[in-house]
Design a protein. Structure first.
Length: 270
């Protein structure tokens, strides 16, 4: 049987499946982030939903989507009027495969950081050829991201000695304990924010790609999308907007990354 929560989400979705509905659904996916729940996500993102709703004079409700399969299915069936998700390949697929339209992405962009112990003698990416590399599992977005970044730098990880870890948090452990020589992590991860503390440094920073994009159903008009973009861009300009950004955990919104987002899946080889 479906849980009460699942039935509630379905009911909301059916009521808000198009941009003309009275109440719209903003689907939020935080990737594999653990330890969160629906109530906390609503509290975290409802301010953003309210700012978006105010810009187009409609009520926007937040729904937390934990499973990637549910996010994909919801976009395919157009149950979400809006979706803001990480990893970014899901919004990119929403645009490519399901007709969703770009609104914005979060600042700063995302990058793959190739990291090594501070005392490492490696100075360039070329130095890591033939060394032991630790990356997330092959299916993980950041594994594909780092593989693409290394490919651009002339390294084919299919020919390298690669060890896989379930969580990015294990990468510093592998490096510190000399189970690996070099690792790849997301620039927006907790690992990246504590490299100095963990005794590691960045050897190489990849090209940037859109982070945490916001997309909307194809029924929204260009005027509505423009109104949303203006509202998002203006958030840093006042205390209320700054509070929204702080709650979501980003610096600002960027409305200039549509081309990059449309090209992301090709860059990732998806």
């Amino acid at each position: 049987m479906k849980s009460l929560f699942a039935r509630s989400v379905l009911a909301l979705s059916l009521c808000a499946g198009s941009a003309q509905a009275k109440d719209l659904i903003l689907a939020i996916s935080e990737g594999t982030s653990g330890g969160t729940d629906h109530a906390r996500v609503i509290a975290k993102y409802q301010g953003l939903a309210d700012a978006i709703g105010k810009s187009i004079n409609q009520k926007v409700n937040v729904v937390f989507i934990r499973e990637f399969s549910s996010l994909e299915e919801g976009m395919k069936e157009r149950r979400f009027a809006l979706a803001m998700a990480r990893p970014s390949d899901f919004p990119a697929r929403g645009m490519r495969d399901y007709g969703y339209r770009y609104v914005a992405s979060a600042k700063p962009d995302g990058q793959c950081l190739i990291v090594v112990p501070k005392e490492s003698a490696y100075r360039t990416v070329a130095d890591i050829k033939g060394k032991r590399l630790v990356l997330p599992e092959p299916a993980a977005y950041m594994a594909k991201f780092c593989a693409s970044a290394l490919r651009d730098a002339g390294i084919d990880i299919g020919k390298e000695n690669v060890q896989r870890v379930r969580e990015q948090g294990a990468v510093p452990f592998y490096l510190t304990n000399k189970f690996a020589d070099v690792g790849g992590v997301a620039s927006y991860s907790g690992v990246a924010k504590s490299l100095d503390k963990s005794g590691h440094r960045v050897l190489h920073t990849s090209v940037s790609q859109p982070y945490f994009p916001l997309i909307v159903d194809r029924d929204f008009t260009p005027a509505q999308i423009d109104a949303m973009q203006k509202a998002l861009i203006a958030l840093p300009d006042n205390e209320a907007g700054q509070a929204v950004l702080k709650s979501v955990g980003i610096q600002a919104f960027d409305t200039s990354t549509e081309k990059k987002l449309r090209e992301l899946l090709g860059w990732l080889g998806l």
